[in-house]
Design a protein around this ligand. Sequence first.
Ligand code: NAP
Length: 285
Amino acid sequence: MSRTARLMDGTGLARRIVEETAKRAADITERTGTAPCLATVLVGEDPASVTYVRMKQNRCRKAGIESRHVALPAATTAAELVDTLGALSGDPGVHGILLQHPMGPHIDERAAFEAIAPRKDVDGVTLASFSAMSFGLPGFTSCTPGGIMRLLDEYDVDPAGKRAVVVGRSAILGKPVGMLLLGRDATVTYCHSRTADLSSVVREADIVVAAVGRPRLIRGQDIKPGAVVIDAGYNPGNVGDVDFDTARERAGLITPVPGGVGPMTIATLLAQTVEAAGRQLAAPA
Ligand code: NAP
């Protein structure tokens, strides 16, 4: 008998999170006279990055979050970028900072990220944020991993005791989502481009997180029947890293692409910006 997985509706959940976030933003603005503010920093004019930043600014506006955009020329040096981020970190009118990446080969991305004050690191890119998240201490998570965990909670997926396989180990996605799952007592395995026999590892998983950037890499035959399948991949043509049509025949729960993980990322960014504003306005540095 063929079965079909239940869909995890990231669009609907993200809408509810943004509505709650907008209420919190309005409350902060009314109480303090200051609206939460996200600074977006973009180096160069990569069209995809320009679009992402514009989308984030629009979403901010709709949620009652101000945005301040800093557009830097492609020739900006690493030192100039660090100075800009340092100035925003010290500016009391800015509560969150988003540095759009990639930034170009001449910039040391790690040095740039580290110029963001952890209390304003609403995109969860600094070493301090990663450490705090890994130790289960207060701080901000990288947005896509944070959104994935919220989606699991929404569908009552308790990672404790489950075998979780994370395919991908990037600093913004694979690594942090694995640490969050570990923090919730899953038994976590990371896979990457050097993993031997990926299929056999994925087949063991109760929870699969695909974070690779390879269209339909994970096939239905690799999915353990009843598993939870989270597809963070977003490839040209709205295609995920999971072969959705075959995977949904075996999974218990699955995220669609689009409409699964993607909307949760931006919702998490907005929620963390308002959280940062609330903390900073309650206890100015
Ligand atoms: P990334 O930095 O390119 O990392 C890709 C990871 O996949 C690397 O760890 C790489 O291994 C691994 N990998 C590559 N080929 C593999 C293979 N054949 N088998 C197993 N592992 C393989 O990518 P990313 O930034 O994490 O993004 C991953 C995907 O998520 C992309 O499709 C991206 O568009 C999407 N994404 C979506 C959102 C969202 O909001 N929905 C946010 C961020 C990213 P090595 O480490 O060994 O190279």
